[in-house]
Design a protein around this ligand. Structure first.
Ligand code: IFM
Length: 659
């Protein structure tokens, strides 16, 4: 039987970071970390709001806002715990916990409504074992903020509903949380700006709480709202479920990845994208990176093209910011933000990492030199049109975006005297450990793609091969060729950042993440299978996989040259990234933990493009399977140019049928 429920047994408060990610629920507008109801700010409780950015006092950048925690609930004077279980039903994003205390049993369910994105629902059931107990639930305004307090000017009101409202400190954006409960409390307590209902419970009590964030409450009971919510999830799975047979662990891990992608898709908005850490908090300033275009777009393009279109529209609507950024550096066209926030403002700072030894900010060049971002966006737009046939987006800003990106590259390029080839000097490729390099093969190729899409007649310098291996950038092969273990052993601090000029990787061939291999996946027609294999064997041992974006590129390319056994552990790593937890959470002294949507999107890519070998040839979907032994079959639906299709791949057959 298919497994849809993730469970952890045993009360484990020290696991609040990983469980917060593991048990996250969301609906694209709101993400709620999977922390327990009694937890407070110190355990990273967050009701994270998509698309609202503000500066905390004294900060130079904006980050997303966490709303007051309306899911707060607690048994006062908790007695000892006899048993405890936390679960997540990934079929429809229902979080539940069941705790058996010595004096009572507490069961709580919650979900973020897919049917009404501003609405959250909670059902609390408490059964005393003998003497009465006291239950407190309400809106807790002491919230987790990484870089300073965002909410100010709190106001509370108590009628038959509880309401806490506040303003963000910089732009004074109103944030309101309103709650209604099906039972009248014995008392309402106001503690600072928090409001709590207090119930003296003598016998089993069931509370149903409906919560509205930044909107008015809507009518309907908990069960009615749950049933509307489930209906939407059913439809989402119909169009997206990837069924893996023969390997239950792989099947569940992939299903879990898709659950996360569905939970953070901005269906409510006309144009919005997904932050690198989804809706799991303020990490990475809630910003949009190339992760969306390269790692998330394939899933949405094939299963929910309307959402993929929103990502593209987000970039079209933030062209203004990208043009300003290009102008800031003295270039034409559009240089998209490395860490894009509303309006396309670049949240990335020049000093984006904090040194662990001195606690001083370190100069990084992600913002000003990671120019592949504009090409990544053009690439995603091109693929989106290839799969959906939605050329209409070109007239609606797509053409302008492509031209603006190409203009940027044309003005940013350099050509040696006497050469007709464009080169890109002083850049940072996907491997962020080597900054300010020349002719990063990935960057050159993606820029060439943008220039070609715009119809510009110019040539970009191609990758340089040495003994069949693409040189990641000019001079890469001259760097110290030393093992990953050796470089790791040179660290003087576990959180030390490997990049920047003084980092352990900088003078070596050890790279952070797939770079040449990412190039080989994106531009498959440029490279033969043998070349891909040789490059894989060269680069993989030299890759730290220090980014969750890395494993899937290696897995995809391994499938391509017929080695799914090499791909399989990388697939599991991507698919289980948030299930297993424990990933890298620090870049120097900067916290980078949270969920990993790009790894989830990568897992989908591996299953569909890698194991099933789905690609477009001559404008038609084709399959070239590369199934690992453990997996008997993979089946999934897809939408190609408006037509609903179905893929079925086993070790003996591969077919695409139209529904
Ligand atoms: O976009 C990535 C980048 O490639 C590596 N560092 C983390 C970013 C956000 O996921």
């Amino acid at each position: 039987m298919e497994k849809w429920i993730i469970t952890r047994e045993g009360y484990e408060p020290e696991e609040y970071t990983d469980n917060g990610n593991r048990f996250l629920i969301g609906n694209g507008l709101i993400g709620v970390r999977g922390t327990l109801e009694e937890y407070t700010a110190d355990k990273m409780v967050a009701i994270n709001l998509a698309g609202i950015y503000d500066k905390a006092p004294g900060q130079t950048w904006r980050e997303p806002i966490n709303a007051p925690n309306a899911f707060f609930a607690k048994l006062e004077n908790q007695s000892s715990i006899l048993s405890h279980k936390q679960s997540l039903n990934i079929a429809f994003g229902l979080h539940s916990r069941e705790t058996d205390y010595e004096n009572a049993t507490l069961r709580i369910e919650r979900f973020c409504s897919m049917a009404e994105p501003n609405i959250l629902c909670q059902k609390i059931s408490i059964t005393p074992k003998g003497k009465p107990v006291t239950l407190i639930c309400g809106i807790d305004s002491e919230i987790w903020d990484i870089n300073g307090t965002h909410l100010t000017d709190f106001k509370t009101s108590v009628t038959d509903t509880l309401r806490v409202s506040a303003l963000t400190s910089e732009q004074r954006i109103p944030i309101t949380v309103t709650e209604r409960c099906n039972r009248t409390a014995d008392e309402v307590r106001e503690i600072r700006s928090s409001l709590f209902r207090v119930f003296n419970v003598k016998e089993k009590l069931v509370l149903e709480r409906i919560i509205a964030i930044n909107s008015e409450l809507t009518p309907g009971s908990y069960d009615e709202k749950l049933s509307a919510h489930k209906k939407i999830w059913e439809r989402l799975w119909e169009n997206s479920e990837v069924k893996i047979k023969g390997d239950d662990k792989a099947a569940l891990s992939l299903r879990y990845s898709l659950y996360h992608l569905h939970s953070i898709a901005p269906r409510h908005a006309d144009s919005l994208s997904i932050p690198a850490r989804g809706l799991s908090g303020q990490t990475y300033k809630g910003a949009i990176f190339w992760d969306t275009e390269v790692f998330l777009m394939p899933f949405f393009t094939l299963t929910e093209p309307a959402v993929a279109r929103k990502f593209i529209k987000y970039r079209i609507n933030t062209l203004g910011g990208a043009r300003e950024k290009a102008a800031e550096y003295g270039f034409d066209g559009a240089f998209f933000a490395w860490e894009s926030q509303d309006g396309g403002v670049d949240g990335c700072t020049d000093f984006n990492v904090v040194d662990v030894f001195t606690n001083r900010p370190v100069r990084t060049y992600f913002r000003d030199k990671q120019i592949h971002i504009s090409g990544d966006i053009v690439y995603a737009l091109g693929k989106y049109i290839d799969w959906t046939g939605d050329k209409n987006i070109l007239e609606n800003g797509g053409d302008e975006l492509i031209r603006a990106c190409a203009d940027f590259y044309r003005s940013r390029a350099y050509s040696r005297p006497g050469s007709d080839k464009l080169e890109f000097t002083d850049v940072v490729g996907p491997d962020e450990y080597h900054e300010r390099v020349y002719n990063n093969a990935f960057t050159n190729r993606i820029a060439a793609y943008a220039l070609e899409k715009a119809g510009y007649d110019c040539k970009v310098r191609e990758p340089i091969f040495k003994d069949g291996i693409v040189e990641q950038f000019d001079g890469y092969f001259n760097l110290e060729d030393v093992s990953l273990a050796e470089v790791r052993s040179r660290l003087k601090h576990p959180r030390e950042y490997w990049g920047t000029q003084s980092g352990v990787a900088f003078s070596t061939q050890i790279i952070k993440q797939a770079d040449v291999i990412a190039l080989m996946h994106l531009f498959q027609d440029d490279f033969t299978d043998d070349i891909v294999k040789n490059n894989w064997e060269y680069y993989e041992p030299r890759t730290e996989h220090g980014s969750s974006l890395s494993a899937c590129m290696y897995a995809l390319t391994a499938c391509r040259f017929g080695k799914p056994d090499l791909a399989y552990p990388l697939f599991m790593k991507s698919a289980r990234s948030d299930l297993d937890g424990g990933g890298k959470s620090w870049a120097g002294n900067v916290y980078i933990g949270g969920t990993h949507p790009a790894a989830a999107g990568g897992a989908y890519m591996i299953a569909t493009q890698g194991f099933a070998g789905l690609s477009l040839q001559d404008g038609q979907p084709v399959l070239k399977p590369s199934l690992p032994e453990q997996i008997e079959s993979i089946k999934f639906p897809l939408i190609f140019r408006g037509k609903h299709m179905h893929v079925n791949v086993t070790h003996d057959k591969a077919e695409i049928t139209q529904n």
